[in-house]
Ligand binder design. Structure first.
Ligand SMILES: [Cu+2]
Length: 382
């Protein structure tokens, strides 16, 4: 029976892992091109993880950043985050579709997006603690009549665990960090109970105007006592103030919709190219040692797109402005990332499952126990 016992343990561990997942951003999609994010499940354990547009972080415990850390660097792009090695190219006014792998329904709260200009040197080398973030999108409480309400997070789940954000058409071209964040409020009725899940991506914005909205440092975005941070959602709410600064001028929270992947793309590296080249100028081919495939017919299946991860694919388009200039990334050979992320101490990511009883239990649909089980004490497996 030892084998049975082992099987039982493995099953228990697997079960714990599957239900404790908060989710991560798997990829972003821009005009059909899917750019891989930082794969928290594999990259931390790879000798040479590929250079992607998503920032590296060490939240392998599926954890979050709490209000007690709002003034610390971890709130910027998640735990011990380091700059992404590449970036995705997007035209001002275009939309970025941010795909999470999953999100638990119990983790209700706002979805917020920011940009921070990295300057001419690009975001691959920017000092994250100096970045000034301005808000470009926020969706908080959609309907608070029935506790615990309908939130941006519910909209994200309904949109296939994805979020669509528009890059303001007026902002100046350049290199920006996109800081996308869900704040889970299921425990926010108590001090330090809110849970921030920021995810960062490097973008190179082309075209646009000349706007350079003022921003604030990540460490100054929130305080523990903000009305939108310390809040009990298990009561009917008539209003909710999304935390952080006001939306930047020209920023619009757009309707959520799907964005189909037509091809995969590799992150571009370097700080040259698109900013120097105006949108209207003919695309200048950059020296590339990687194959650039121009499909005559666009792949429509997601599976097909995601298998060609090493090939930069440029879809045929009538909009030169949105055609990314893809250069070779030499992904596997240039990475200097250390092999394995240090085993995290056993962090209990979500303190208990503090889901306060709703005042009107009948109003809250019974999830068949899925609510609490989707959010147990998170178990670190390493
Ligand atoms: Cu949780």
């Amino acid at each position: 029976m030892p084998s049975l016992a082992i099987k039982a343990v493995l099953a228990a561990v697997a079960g714990a892992a599957s239900v404790s997942a908060h989710g991560h951003v798997r990829n972003i999609v821009i005009n059909g091109l899917s750019y891989q994010g930082f794969d928290i499940n594999t990259f931390p354990y790879m000798q040479n993880p590929p250079k992607v547009a998503g920032w590296t972080a060490t939240n392998t415990d599926n954890g979050f950043v709490g209000p007690e850390s709002f003034a610390a660097a971890d709130i910027i792009c998640h735990k011990s985050a380091t700059n992404a090695g590449g970036h995705a190219v997007v035209a001002a006014g275009d939309k970025v579709f941010i795909q999470w792998d999953t999100w638990p329904e119990s983790h209700k709260g706002p979805v917020i997006d920011y940009l921070a200009n990295c300057g001419a040197a690009g975001c691959e080398t920017a000092d994250k603690t100096s970045l000034q973030f301005f808000k470009i999108d926020e969706v908080g409480l959609i309907d608070g009549s029935k506790a615990p309400g309908t939130w941006g997070s519910d909209q994200l789940i309904a949109n296939n665990n994805s979020w669509l954000v528009e890059i303001p058409p007026t902002i100046a071209p350049g290199f920006y960090v996109l800081r996308h964040e869900i704040i889970a409020l299921h425990s926010a009725g108590q001090a330090n109970g809110a849970q921030n899940y920021p995810q960062c991506f490097n973008l190179q914005v082309t075209g646009g105007g000349s706007a350079s909205p003022a921003g604030v440092k990540g460490q100054s975005l929130y305080t523990a006592n903000d009305a939108g941070i310390l809040v009990n959602i298990y009561q009917a709410l008539t209003s909710y103030k999304v935390p952080g600064p006001a939306l930047a001028a020209g920023a619009v929270s757009i309707a959520q919709a799907a964005s189909k992947i037509t091809a995969s793309a590799t992150a571009t590296t370097g700080s040259a190219a698109a900013t120097a080249a105006p949108v209207t100028a003919p695309a200048v081919a950059t020296t590339s040692s990687a194959a650039v495939v121009v499909p005559t017919t666009l792949a429509t299946s997601k599976a097909a797109a995601t298998t060609s991860t090493t090939i930069a694919a440029v879809p045929v388009t009538t909009k030169p402005a949105t055609t990314p200039i893809t250069s070779a990334t030499k992904a596997a050979t240039t990475s200097t990332k250390a092999a394995a992320a240090p085993a995290t101490t056993s962090v209990i990511s979500c303190p208990g499952t503090i889901v306060a009883p709703a005042p009107k239990p009948a109003a809250v649909p019974d999830r068949g126990g899925k609510g609490p089980r989707s959010h147990p004490r998170d178990i670190t497996l390493n």
